[in-house]
Design a protein around this ligand. Sequence first.
Ligand SMILES: [Zn+2]
Length: 402
Amino acid sequence: MKMTLTVNPNPLRLIALSVLLVTGNALAGEATNDSDESPIPQSQTDAGQERSLGDAAKPEDSLPGTLTILGTKIPPGTVERLSWSATELFAGVPIATPVLVVSGNLEGPTLCLTAAVHGDELNGIEIVRRVMHNLEPAELSGTVIGVPIVNLQGFRRGSRYLPDRRDLNRYFPGNTKGSAASRIAYSFFNDVVSHCDALVDLHTGSFERSNLPQLRADLRNPDVLALTAGFGSTVILHSTPAEGTLRHAATAAGIPTVTLEAGGPTELEIQEVKHGVKGVQTLLHTLGMVRKVRLWGESEPVYYRSSWVRANRGGILLADVALGSTVREGDLLGTITDPMSNSSARLFSPHSGRIIGMARNQVVMPGFAAFHIGIEAESVPTDESGDELNPHDADDSDSLAE
Ligand SMILES: [Zn+2]
């Protein structure tokens, strides 16, 4: 079924004015209550703390329209290339990570785009580049902050991980006394992410798996739900973010965040890049930040649930379906053949749905998650149990999501 979302004409600006934070979030602290305007009907929200997001997103001494980030004042109508360094971490040598800022001439929210939190995920780097270098500061309402390669260390080595083999996307919002990963996460979260009114974190599938372009979002959060409505024709998967992910930490800090997954790691896939660029540009338009953009009207079905089909034996996995294809329960998904004995086993779909992620053809071990089936559901789930909603094993949330 087609999901109809009620799109506020400018949801993010309203969110930027006033956002309802659920209780217990990380950055809220002693929130002030100086704005009562809320885009969210009270009935749809938890009775949480209310405060102006502007208070959290900007230093107190900044003038309206002037952003101070990474020690630099950025006046309206300018483009800046800044550097973020989590210093004193790697043998005393700072690693300067580029942060691009396009500050619009007109009032508006601050949207952040982050890519390559996993260093081997290349599509998002190119998505950020294309979006950022197409922005005209004179015509932009608000600010776009783009970080093409968050995990520069991993990127240089072609690795998903940090040099200490930790997954940066399990350590947000970080702290100043923990592991290197915690410190890097803390520095990035406080120096860059805290300036965002909303965040799109770009990823791909992991470990030789490819994802149909899709948003992963906690649809029970009204601010996040509003954000997902802006991407045009992009599949939306309800998913509760794993703790330590940038999506989890930023959303908990009152910055509505979605993950945009597109394609697989270690390659630049032009169709996926184009989809991502179009989705983000449509979002910028939906948020009222840009005017001139090709509109992308048709929305995709929302998949509230998903399920992984795993290899039942080891061998060479060859797929019989393509990414994005629709399957019925019982359809053949792929074949796994033992290269020594030549015996083979077939994988069938346990659900009717759509292939929203799948392994590239490769040698697999028993238990390898091979096909990700998106299953349409009638409504946004209201309970808190993410595991039941995404009925895969716990390790999926570690290795397969984001
Ligand atoms: Zn990733």
